[in-house]
Write a protein that binds this ligand. Structure first.
Ligand code: CP
Length: 304
């Protein structure tokens, strides 16, 4: 059964069957990553460009590795050093890259809606690797995969997304994906970091981190996005840590909790270092699983 769309622009409106198919396919590819030879010929002959207009460590490397593991030809575009600095428009840049015959485009951009725009000017399959504050679908898929791997289910779990919800594309994609897969979702953070209308998505809102720890199976703890002016939503980072930071002491309230973080971490702000490196978190498992999940997305879209 193929996916219902030839692009992955976000998880809004993506059917449960599609998410299930991606997660199940990722399970097959996750096994490939543990083999001595971590490569399959699945996308041999396909050409994929990674179009990154905004900085990234995990997502860019993870997509590139996923493409190489599937034997695709990959090209990396970074804004710095490109002809955009000479005044070339975004549309002209994309049209010129596409003229070199690429099959798929993975795009990260600071502006929401850029992946959607690409579907109108390009014939390639488009994958959103993070657009502004909008969506980051492969991050949410790898979060779902990592939760399912650890807790053996998603349906019925209580998941709280903690912190800088308003600036976060990870939050929105997680909310859509988790609700579709049957989880009960809440958000917790300072009122200044939570969009007013977020309840309309079907999530509960509160501002008590100790309650979030006590009442949930999973906390997905978000980074304070200082590059998106999150600093103006809180008095100081020290105060944020005091009221919302996850510490070992706080976790004594629920020794079964599972902690996720999409990275990069602000140590001592969202998480104490003891928690970031401790037994409750699966942060580096998320990163490993991300390669398998991106292999699944590339495979399913590339063979539609
Ligand atoms: N989680 C995530 O998107 O990290 P990068 O910004 O390093 O890609």
């Amino acid at each position: 059964m193929p996916l219902s769309s030839r692009h992955l622009l976000g998880l809004h409106g993506v059917p449960k069957e599609d998410i299930q198919l991606i997660l199940d396919t990722a399970t097959t590819f996750r096994e490939v990553l543990d083999r001595p030879i971590k490569k399959v010929p699945t996308l041999q002959g396909k050409t994929i460009v990674n179009l990154f207009f905004e900085s990234s460590t995990r997502t860019r490397i993870s997509f590139e590795l996923a493409q190489k593991r599937l034997s695709a030809d990959t090209i990396n575009f970074a804004k710095s050093g490109s002809s955009t600095g000479k005044g070339e428009t975004f549309k002209d840049t994309v049209k010129n890259i596409e003229a070199m015959k690429v099959d798929m485009i993975v795009v990260r951009h600071e502006s929401a809606g850029v992946p959607q725009f690409l579907t109108r000017i390009s014939d390639a399959n488009i994958i959103n690797a993070g657009d502004g504050r909008h969506e980051h679908p492969t991050q949410a898929l790898l979060d779902l995969y990592s939760i399912r791997e650890k807790l053996k289910k998603i349906d019925g779990l209580k998941v709280c997304i903690v912190g800088d919800i308003g600036h976060s594309r990870v939050a929105l994609s997680n909310i859509y994906g988790l609700l579709t897969m049957g989880a009960k979702v809440s958000v917790c953070g300072p009122p200044t970091m939570i969009p007013r209308s977020i309840e309309s998505l079907g999530v509960e809102v509160h501002h008590d981190i100790d309650r979030a720890i006590r009442e949930n199976d999973v906390l997905n703890v978000l980074r304070i996005q200082l590059e998106r002016e999150a600093g103006s939503s809180i008095p100081t980072l020290r105060e944020y840590h005091k009221y919302f930071g996850i510490t070992r002491e706080r976790l004594q309230q629920n020794e079964d909790i599972l902690i996720l973080h999409p990275g990069p971490i602000n140590r001592g702000v969202e998480l104490s270092s003891e928690v970031a490196d401790g037994p409750f978190q699966i942060i580096l498992n998320q990163v490993t699983n991300g390669v398998a999940v991106r292999m699944a997305v590339l495979y399913l879209l590339g063979t539609l």
